[in-house]
Design a protein around this ligand. Sequence first.
Ligand SMILES: *Cc1c(COP(=O)(O)O)cnc(C)c1O
Length: 232
Amino acid sequence: MTSIAANLQRVRERIGLACAAAQRDPREVALLAVSKTQPASAVREAAAAGQRAFGENYVQEGVDKQRELAGLGLQWHCIGPLQSNKTRQVAEHFDWVHGVDRLRIAQRLSQQRPDSLPALNVCIQVNLEDAPTKSGVTGAEALALARDVAGLPRLALRGIMHIPEPAADFERQKAVHLRARALFDDLRAAGFELDTLSMGMSDDLEAAIAAGSTLVRVGTAIFGERARAAAG
Ligand SMILES: *Cc1c(COP(=O)(O)O)cnc(C)c1O
């Protein structure tokens, strides 16, 4: 077994244990393998070990890998911050976008999504910690943005993405993830048919699952440490 295959197995075990601890069905929690800065060969190894969904932060790097790996039937998620001059490439090449936090970006993605492709799946990025330097809308802004995004014809609003500040212990990680969970529940109660609560990474996936995550985005625990200069 390659080390990537072994790491993937270990991450799947962690997800299984976290689900058991939270009395959740492991089929409710999808695994997104975050392959930013990793070569296409690493993605190929993960795909050979059964992984289908991959997350990329840098649009051009992601598109290059998609070209190299065309034919493997992989699903691609754009999880980085999005600038307007990159929306066309994202609309034309990705299946999901997790970092939508402005209506203007959502409008461009909808306009630029080719008719030959299904609607682009979208998560609204939320920032629930009053960290002004970070991307994401506040809980109060999320409802209005969700309403606008849900009205765009070529987007399918699927949920929210949450990236908390790193916290060392499980209880603190869980407490902030629970705020995202509460917002997710509020949006569903307001009538949005959301099925994706995108939260949890290598260091906090257990706490995210305990708080209700339906999709964990895991890079380091699968592919190893990223080169520092490229980690962005
Ligand atoms: C890099 C990244 C991840 C993966 O982080 P790890 O700590 O390597 O698991 C998840 N989500 C986003 C948005 C990222 O940028």
